[in-house]
Design a protein around this ligand. Structure first.
Ligand code: NAI
Length: 261
């Protein structure tokens, strides 16, 4: 028998419906795994059916609950169709995790700058508000609606050559704060996480020695982060118990943004 509890706010997401974009790889996959481990019903969404099926298979193989959907977050029609299907299959969405992303750099004088800019803003910023608008009736009805947006340390500062990406990630922070204010009356919290260097599909292409050098010089912990270390912060923000946390911007960066030496 468990002892009666002295506190009232729940640290469980069991039974919650959690929609993760870009859930077939890296941090999205780690988030899908973690929420499933915690008893949530996970809508695994990403670009390719086989990739989505693989993550759903990983979850169901250990007794978790998940369903997979092909979803390109730049396609507004697909977004509403997929959210409708999730509602039917799993139930209304309680937690939206805007995670999908691409790495896209371009110097200001690049010939294809306009294309890079448009793509970065579309995938990394516009898609977030589209996802929020499609899920809004569900999040309102939830009573404990949660939105977690994945920004980046590039939303807090800038590296050379990443102008479209950096601009979009700064935009995610503005979107987070504005939504947090607008949706507060609905009991929906909106927060942003700024991952530092995390070992995922996105950073796997960087040669190991460059990764290690960067991590040693730039992070206090002197290493790349594991996707699961970001997923745990996402889970924290999604808990019913995190009801008084909104509009925050939380680095999960091994101490990168505070390090001065
Ligand atoms: P990843 O490349 O491992 O995963 C990204 C996923 O997003 C992929 O499965 C991809 O198919 C999906 N995706 C891309 N375009 C999409 C679209 N139009 N519609 C739906 N899905 C799409 O990369 P990672 O690192 O896990 O990225 C997750 C988020 O974290 C991104 O928003 C990224 O910008 C951000 N981030 C990553 C950092 C890192 O060091 N890896 C650092 C800071 C932020």
């Amino acid at each position: 028998m468990t002892n009666p509890r002295l506190t009232s706010h729940s640290r469980s997401v069991a039974g919650k419906v959690v929609l993760v974009t870009g859930a077939a790889s890296g941090m999205g996959r780690a988030e899908a795994h973690l929420f499933a481990d915690e008893g949530a019903k996970v809508a695994v969404t990403d670009l390719r059916q086989a990739d989505v099926d693989a993550v759903v298979g990983e979850i169901t193989a250990v007794g978790g609950e998940a369903a997979g959907y092909v979803l390109d977050v730049t396609d507004p029609d697909a977004i509403s169709a997929v959210v409708d299907r999730i509602r039917t299959d799993l139930g209304p969405v309680d937690v939206l995790i805007n995670n999908a992303g691409i790495s896209i750099g371009a110097p200001i004088d690049a010939d294809d700058f306009e294309d890079s800019w448009a793509l970065a803003i579309d995938v990394l910023l516009t898609a977030h508000q589209r996802m929020v608008r499609a899920c809004l009736p569900d999040l309102r009805a939830s009573g404990e609606g949660r939105i977690v947006n994945i920004s980046s340390t590039e939303g807090l500062g800038a590296q050379r050559g990443t102008l479209p990406y950096t601009t979009a990630k700064h935009g995610v922070i503005g979107l987070t704060r504005a939504l947090a204010v607008d949706l507060a009356a609905d009991g929906i919290t909106v927060n942003a996480i700024c991952p530092g260097p995390i070992l995922t599909g996105m950073t796997d292409v960087i040669p190991t020695e460059h990764r290690e050098k960067f991590a040693r010089r730039r992070t206090a912990l002197r290493r790349y982060g594991d996707p699961e270390e970001v997923a745990h912060m996402v889970l924290n923000l999604a808990l019913p118990a995190s009801s008084y946390v909104t509009g925050t911007v939380i680095p999960v960066d091994g101490g990168q943004t505070m390090k001065n030496d």
